[in-house]
Design a protein around this ligand. Structure first.
Ligand SMILES: NC(=O)c1ccc[n+]([C@@H]2O[C@H](COP(=O)([O-])OP(=O)(O)OC[C@H]3O[C@@H](n4cnc5c(N)ncnc54)[C@H](O)[C@@H]3O)[C@@H](O)[C@H]2O)c1
Ligand SMILES: O=C(O)C(=O)C[C@@H](O)[C@H](O)[C@H](O)COP(=O)(O)O
Ligand SMILES: [Zn+2]
Length: 369
């Protein structure tokens, strides 16, 4: 097994991201040094349990690591307050101690919910991320943001809680649906657009191979994404500055997700893709970004099967609805919107004090009042 790794350096909260094909079958051996007793609680969802569970079980059994599964319903609706209460209760019933290791085995929904539960369980217990979607391997498993969604907006109740270890088995992506794979790809593209124009160019050439299952290309993309995210998180763990760049496309995107009620009709990655298009178009409107750059981004997202226009929305939504969700965004300061706006490909900026009326007019022009 050829192993790649990325270190996230955060003093006593530092950890490694291990990336390889076939890691699940070695999970017991890799996790053993992190275990105070040979036992883990595994939080997962039904799809992941049936598609990948046997591989993890084999890896744990090979090292005589005992385990219990807590298996939740799949989908964004699981990232809720109700499920948080239920999950913490189940973990307590299993007798999970502070120094035990809980495994978040699944996509970003499982990772965000489990990470949040672990941040509050007995005032904080350890957990490892075992991400099984492209989105989770390149983004959500790294950096310690955990949360649930509420009716007022996306991820509005949560905590920063870093994992002890991240295990990315790229072979786990073989059972992921094409739609979920493409949605995760939106976050890969994001890294190129924020800060790495050569990576975006590489994706224009290699994105099709990545989406078609080429393991080497996937491994390279996961590694580069994790390196870029780790560098930003190391600089600004709790989003006082540069970390907000990772929110490119999210201020608009989260508003779409909230408007559709976290129903799965519009996935996080799809919302990020359309939100990124909106961010580029708004930047063009402000004269910050060349129209050609926005067109190039839209072309690549479209070729990758991602939504780039309001025709791709699963139902009607109004500018009023969107702007009111946007005003609940965690980046709002003194009542003013913060947007992540590109000055071009690979050159995103955190823009505070965005003009509310102008953003609203932009949305009205795009989708109607
Ligand atoms: N914490 C962060 O930094 C961060 C970053 C990005 C996104 N997120 C959050 O992540 C969530 C989205 O995560 P996601 O896109 O992974 O969605 P998800 O967790 O809902 O997983 C997508 C679907 O794929 C299934 N699945 C997962 N792995 C599978 C596999 N290997 N084989 C077959 N099916 C599999 C799941 O059951 C689910 O139905 C959102 O809530 C978003 O807000 C968080
Ligand atoms: O890690 C980050 O920081 C990100 O912003 C990554 C995003 O892809 C992710 O969707 C995150 O959950 C959004 O953060 P939020 O603070 O806007 O909820
Ligand atoms: Zn995201």
């Amino acid at each position: 097994m050829t192993m790649q790794s990325v270190h996230v350096s955060l003093s006593e909260r530092s950890y490694d991201i291990l990336i390889s094909e076939g890691l699940l079958e070695h999970a017991g051996a890799v996790l053993n040094p992190f275990l105070n007793r040979r036992y883990v609680a595994i939080v997962t969802d039904e799809n992941v349990h049936s598609a990948q569970g046997d591989r993890l079980i084999a890896g744990l059994k090979a090292e005589s690591v005992g385990f219990d599964f807590i298996t939740l319903k799949p989908g964004e609706a699981t990232k809720s307050f109700g499920q948080l209460e239920e999950l913490t209760s189940q973990l307590l019933d299993l007798g999970i101690e502070r120094n035990d290791l809980v495994l978040a085995f699944g996509g970003g929904v499982i990772g965000d919910l489990t990470g949040f539960a672990c941040s509050i369980l007995r005032r904080g217990c350890r957990f490892a991320q075992i991400p099984t979607t492209l989105l989770a391997q390149v983004d959500s498993a790294v950096g310690g943001k955990t949360a649930v969604n509420v009716k007022q907006g996306k991820n509005l109740v949560g905590a920063f809680h870093q994992p002890a270890l991240v295990l990315c088995d790229v072979a786990a992506l073989n059972t992921l649906s094409e739609r979920e794979l493409r949605a995760g790809y939106a976050e890969v593209v994001k890294y190129g657009l924020i800060a790495d124009a050569p990576f975006f160019k590489w994706l224009e050439a290699n994105g099709p191979a990545l989406l078609n299952g080429d393991i080497a290309t996937r491994t390279q993309a996961v590694k580069r994404s994790c390196e870029l995210k780790a560098a930003i998180v190391e600089e600004d763990e709790k989003e006082d500055g540069a970390r907000a760049l990772l929110n490119l496309g999210h201020t608009f995107g989260h508003a779409f997700e909230a408007a559709f009620g976290y129903s799965g009709k519009f996935l996080h990655g799809e919302a990020v893709a359309l939100g990124t298009v909106f961010a580029f178009e708004y930047s063009v409107r402000l004269g910050r970004c060349a129209p050609n750059d926005a067109e190039r981004v839209k072309r690549h997202l479209k070729l990758s099967g991602l939504p780039i226009g309001i025709d791709n929305l699963p139902g009607p939504v109004s500018a009023d609805q969107l702007i009111s969700f946007m005003m609940q965004d965690k980046k709002v300061q003194q009542g003013a919107l913060t947007l992540i706006l590109p000055d071009g490909i690979g050159a995103a900026k955190v823009v505070k004090d965005a003009d509310y009326d102008d953003v609203k007019q932009f949305l009205i022009n795009k989708i109607g009042a």
